[in-house]
Design a protein around this ligand. Structure first.
Ligand SMILES: Cc1cc2nc3c(=O)[nH]c(=O)nc-3n(C[C@H](O)[C@H](O)[C@H](O)COP(=O)(O)OP(=O)(O)OC[C@H]3O[C@@H](n4cnc5c(N)ncnc54)[C@H](O)[C@@H]3O)c2cc1C
Length: 53
């Protein structure tokens, strides 16, 4: 039987969780992101992130 793919759970969809999930996903990892907030909204100044593909 082939080994199962490791699943990664990230709790919290803030900037740290979103960036981590995005990068792990881009490296082929099976990532699940769990966020408690039902709706995202702006709370401060904008932050722009640029990720190279
Ligand atoms: C009003 C305000 C304005 C700000 N303005 C700026 C700014 O202009 N520039 C700047 O650089 N920084 C700013 N900051 C700081 C910046 O928001 C934080 O440094 C940054 O968001 C931290 O990111 P994080 O991913 O670590 O945590 P967070 O952004 O706090 O994300 C954590 C996430 O985890 C979720 N979570 C927590 N517990 C659970 C759970 N049990 N299950 C599921 N989900 C969970 C929360 O809902 C949240 O979405 C501001 C902060 C505030 C409060």
């Amino acid at each position: 039987m082939a080994p199962s793919k490791t699943q990664i759970a990230i709790v919290g969809g803030g900037v740290a969780g979103l960036v981590t999930a995005t990068l792990l996903h881009r490296h082929g990892m099976d990532v699940r992101l769990y966020e408690q907030t039902p709706v995202f909204g702006a709370v401060g100044a904008g932050i722009q992130l640029s990720l190279r593909s």
